[in-house]
Write a protein that binds this ligand. Sequence first.
Ligand code: PBG
Length: 334
Amino acid sequence: MSLYDLPERPRRLRRTENIRRLSRETRLSTDNLIHPLFVKAGTNDRQEIGSMPGQYRLTVDQLVEEARELDALGIPGVALFPKIPDDRKTPDAKYATDADGLYPRAIRALKSEVPDLLVITDTALDPYNSDGHDGIVRDGDIDNDATLDVMRKIAVAHAEAGADIVAPSDMMDGRIGAIRDALDDAGHTSTALMSYTAKYASAYYGPFRDALDSAPRRREGVPVDKATYQMDPANSDEALRELRLDLQEGADFVMVKPALPYLDVIRRVKDHSDVPVVAYHVSGEYAMIKAASANGWLDEKAGALEALTAIHRGGADVILTYFAKQVAQWISES
Ligand code: PBG
């Protein structure tokens, strides 16, 4: 056996689990995780979402129970999304601003029963809009500024119900400034804003749209997709433009969504942001791991932890993920 005169041997730091622990550069922590949850009206059983095994549409009572468990596991917060029945959906998404609607009721229940758990609310119109878009449809297009008027009202209704963080996922121009202004006018200066800064027009939202029945409606006069407001997957400079605007307008957190296919964007946003960077590991990313592991094609735990660790390493300080509860359990067991 010959001995080579190698100036460096990187494998020395990979020799045992303890030396690997010692030289590990990033660590996934429960502190960084937010769990998205779905709430529905009524008192019947929770419904599992077909394309998202292990995720459910919950009644308000079940939501509170789930929140208690997440809180006990040390998860800092939940992002809430509503399943609105069809007969409540209208072209003006009016139900979104109803202070006694399902969503404000869910926020109030969470804040009264599990007060420390952060509630992150969604102000986009799509669950309430009979056209299935995040904005008001007018003459075959999305009316940006009419949408902002509605978003301001929704944000104030959420803050009034107790939301800790308001998170607009709509990608209208100027919404961070408009919502900040509306919240401040109403005295909610402490309610934080988490902007979906670089939200891409992605195929990976499919299971989420199943969960909420919120896909754009195939109908004359309704844009077929969200490409006039969500970003083109081919772009990354544009993410920095959105970042600049969001920071100027007062965003407290900035998000990139989806996560794993956009690690380069996460890194660029992280390098240019002086507020925490969030990544949304979306429904389709979750579904892929679930489906492959259900078929025995990859190991669920290893696959999920690798994906989330990579997103954290890529620059995300916070990750929204449907795996949050499982990861918190895995971390507490290890
Ligand atoms: C819509 C919204 C979407 C998601 C969060 N908010 C989907 C869309 O833009 O159609 C997707 C989340 C996920 O896929 O997990 N405002």
